[in-house]
Design a protein. Structure first.
Length: 108
């Protein structure tokens, strides 16, 4: 089976990402095609080090789709995933107190 380069569609594939030698080493072309390696980094990533804490906690309890969306947004913004005042159980009043106080400050 002879595979043809995804970019130029003329040469045989002999480099990763389904590219020929010339296209793979042409600046910018390799970045246009995602890695096909099972070891490639995918998603928003994981990073080490100190990250700033999110500005506001979330009142969504752990495991809910809403909480997962908040965690994903924090990861995209390279913030710490966990805020010290995030809800730890359904009905946790701590984040609501902070959010209400923040709303009072914004309303004033």
């Amino acid at each position: 089976m002879n595979l043809i380069c995804k970019h130029c569609e003329t040469s045989k594939v002999n480099r990763p990402r389904g590219l020929c030698w010339g296209c793979y080493y042409t600046p910018g072309v390799k970045d246009m095609y995602p890695s096909t390696s099972k070891y490639a980094r995918r998603g928003v990533g994981n990073f080490s080090g100190n990250a700033p804490v999110a500005h506001l906690p979330t009142a969504h309890p752990p495991g809910t789709p809403e909480k997962m969306a908040v965690l994903e947004e924090r990861a995209k913004n390279r913030q710490a995933l966990w805020h010290p005042l995030d809800a730890q159980y359904p009905g946790d009043p701590r984040p609501l107190e902070v959010l209400q106080a923040q709303g009072e400050l914004l309303a004033a």
